[in-house]
Write a protein that binds this ligand. Structure first.
Ligand SMILES: NC(=O)c1ccc[n+]([C@@H]2O[C@H](COP(=O)([O-])OP(=O)(O)OC[C@H]3O[C@@H](n4cnc5c(N)ncnc54)[C@H](OP(=O)(O)O)[C@@H]3O)[C@@H](O)[C@H]2O)c1
Length: 349
């Protein structure tokens, strides 16, 4: 497969600056890595947050290339890679060099083949959303981990938590959609989620047993949850983690239970209770503490997608390739994307 000497990339020249499209070198894969021609990359909230606010000091140097997930075709293999062949349809990765460009590198151990029933566009929606859910539910033992349940792809994990209720705030978000599906595979019941009513059918198709309008006032959301189940709720996953949802979600957690957040806690210390834990989960497979869990997921994700156990997010493809990304990020920032992922095709640039 011929590889050009240069590619086009969406470049952020300075911190909080503007994006420009420009040429960028194509790196050769190092040991254990593959070079992928990107057919689809998805836009995630982290991208607009990093651009607008230098969020969490994630970008260490400029010019920077953002983008954390993509799907494409393997075009070159680094030394020692046996999991892929050139020409494989491959996706599901976070890349140290960013994915808002036409080619990228990824360690083969945290990438997976795309099954025939999943398109490149759909595949690009999977990695960040699902891994954030996976860490919150199945990681344990470190401060940004999770509640340490047994993953449904491990022996004894499937259906292990039958009869235990779970509440998921933001069920129609990407993280929320994957959390509902994993909760279903883990056996939780009822699976109660908040979303806008127009997304009710979607979240129910994924496994939610009850939906609550996310616009209801907190007291009403709490009362509706109590009407659905009287059982103690040990796990509440807040896939939105806005200040308002965090507070409501924390109230719902039973003594001895845990609130899983996807953003840092905004609950004042004096309002917390020693018998209700709060975890801020960190969904990157590049954190050394997450690596083994990530490898385990990537060994199983192709099968979970092929069987339909996990369904990717609905997608909206933005025309215009990489040039469409700034406008797409602006839509996300203004909360104008509901129940789907925005995706672009870098090769169209
Ligand atoms: N910690 C980590 O490692 C990590 C990783 C990935 C993402 N995140 C964070 O997780 C959050 C979700 O990311 P995402 O990619 O899943 O976002 P997303 O899909 O872009 O989120 C959009 C969805 O949020 C829902 N939403 C907005 N406000 C809500 C509220 N008050 N209550 C319930 N739902 C609400 C909307 O639901 P409706 O349209 O149905 O109203 C919409 O479907 C973001 O803040 C992101 O930065 C963190």
């Amino acid at each position: 497969m011929s590889i050009p000497s240069e590619q086009k990339a969406l470049i952020l020249k300075t911190e909080r600056g503007d994006f420009t499209i420009g040429p960028y070198a194509i790196d050769e894969p190092g040991p254990g890595e593959v070079l992928v021609r990107i057919e689809a990359t998805a836009l995630n909230p982290i991208d607009w947050k990093v651009k607008a606010t230098a969020y969490l000091d994630i970008i260490k140097e400029h010019p920077a290339i953002l983008g954390t997930v993509a799907a494409g075709v393997v075009v070159a293999l680094g030394v020692g890679v046996t999991k892929f062949a050139v020409g494989d349809k491959q996706g599901f990765f976070t890349n140290r060099l960013g994915t808002f460009k036409q080619y990228t590198l990824i360690a083969a151990e945290i990438a997976a083949k795309i099954p025939d029933n999943v398109t490149f566009d759909q595949a690009a929606t999977v990695p960040l959303g699902i891994f954030t859910s996976v860490v919150g539910l199945y990681a344990h033992g470190w401060e940004c981990g999770g509640v340490g349940l047994t993953p449904p792809w491990k022996p004894g994990g499937r259906g292990k938590y039958v009869g235990q209720p779970v509440v998921i705030f933001g069920g129609s978000s990407s993280v929320g959609q994957y959390t509902i599906q994993l909760a279903r595979l883990s056996g939780f019941s009822p699976i109660i989620t908040t979303a806008s009513p127009h997304n009710n059918d979607r979240v129910k198709a994924l496994g939610a047993t009850h939906t609550i309008d996310r616009h209801h006032p907190p007291s009403e959301i709490i009362a509706e949850v109590k009407k659905i189940t009287s059982g103690p709720i040990q796990i509440v996953y807040d896939a939105t983690s806005l200040e308002s949802t965090q507070k409501t979600a924390y109230e719902i957690v039973a003594p001895g239970g845990t609130l899983i957040l996807v953003l840092p806690s905004l609950i004042p210390k004096e309002k917390t209770s020693p018998d209700k834990k709060i975890i801020f989960t960190y969904g990157t497979v590049h954190a050394p503490e997450n690596r083994a869990l990530g490898i385990s997921l990537y060994q199983n994700i192709t099968r979970l997608l092929a069987s339909g156990d996990i369904k990717p997010d609905p997608v909206e493809v933005l025309p215009g390739g990489l040039a469409a990304i700034p406008e797409g990020l602006e839509r996300m920032k203004r909360d104008l994307v509901s129940g789907k992922k925005l995706v672009v095709h870098p090769q169209e640039t």
